[in-house]
Design a protein around this ligand. Structure first.
Ligand code: PLP
Length: 228
């Protein structure tokens, strides 16, 4: 039997060590436990261990799990969002939607958030490498998108997210993480958005992401085990 509470402790210890080795305060790096494809009882173990930030990539799964788990859970959407799911997505009251990757989707979220009377926190997903992940805006699209976001009164852009190309060697992700941070720094300077959040790093490369400035790491496998 896998001990999820123990796995969370181990991941937290890795975060602390990674912070220590680059002189960051561990309180600057939040752990998002990615519970996709795991059943409610398994996810509940994490929540009972105090893990209140959960990441999912499908609206359908969130709708099933949300009513079964503590209302204190802070849900994050990290997977691609289709325009026809926007109403449900806003209804889920995500603490943050990490995967906004077009002006069209952003405007649809803004409209629906207005309809439901909330302000939705989002991150803009950037495809820094131009390969690998097929989702995400190109780096040069960021500033125009932020200029449009300034007119979206029911959207709050909190930062950026990226998924680097898959590689065995975690160090290979380093340059992509660094590019995301540098892009954020430039865009923040140019637009006045603070873009404080950098969602980057997964089970195998979280240490590298932390070294490059991640403020939230998204960890599935090393907490819940491998997925089918
Ligand atoms: C599944 C997923 C993760 C977690 O990946 P692991 O390698 O299992 O830690 C992180 N981010 C996104 C966007 C994902 O889809």
């Amino acid at each position: 039997m896998m001990n999820i509470a123990e796995n969370i402790e181990k991941v937290q210890a890795r975060i602390a060590r990674a912070c220590e080795s680059c002189g960051r305060d561990p309180s600057e790096v939040a752990l998002l436990a990615v519970s996709k494809k795991k059943d409610v009882d398994t996810v509940r173990e994490a929540v009972n261990a105090g893990q209140m930030l959960l990441g999912e990539n499908r609206i359908q799964e969130v709708l099933v799990k949300q009513p079964e788990l503590s209302s204190a859970v802070s849900w994050h959407l990290i997977g691609h969002l289709q325009s026809n799911k926007v109403k449900h997505a806003i209804h889920c009251r995500f603490a943050c939607i990490h995967s906004v990757d077009s002006a069209k989707l952003m405007h649809a979220l803004d409209k629906e958030a207005a309809e439901q009377g909330i302000v939705q926190n989002i991150l803009l997903q950037v495809n820094v490498s131009g390969e690998g992940s097929k989702f995400g805006i190109a780096p040069e699209e960021l500033i125009p998108l932020l200029e449009e976001a300034a007119g979206c009164m029911h959207i709050s852009v909190e930062g950026l997210m990226t998924i680097p190309p898959v590689s065995e060697d975690p160090e290979k992700a380093g340059p992509y993480f660094r590019q995301l941070r540098e892009l954020r720094d430039r865009a923040a300077l140019e637009t006045g958005f603070s873009l404080a959040f950098l969602s980057m790093g997964m089970s195998h490369d979280m240490e590298v992401a932390i070294r490059e400035g991640a403020t939230m790491v998204r960890v599935g496998t090393d907490i819940f085990g491998s997925r089918k």
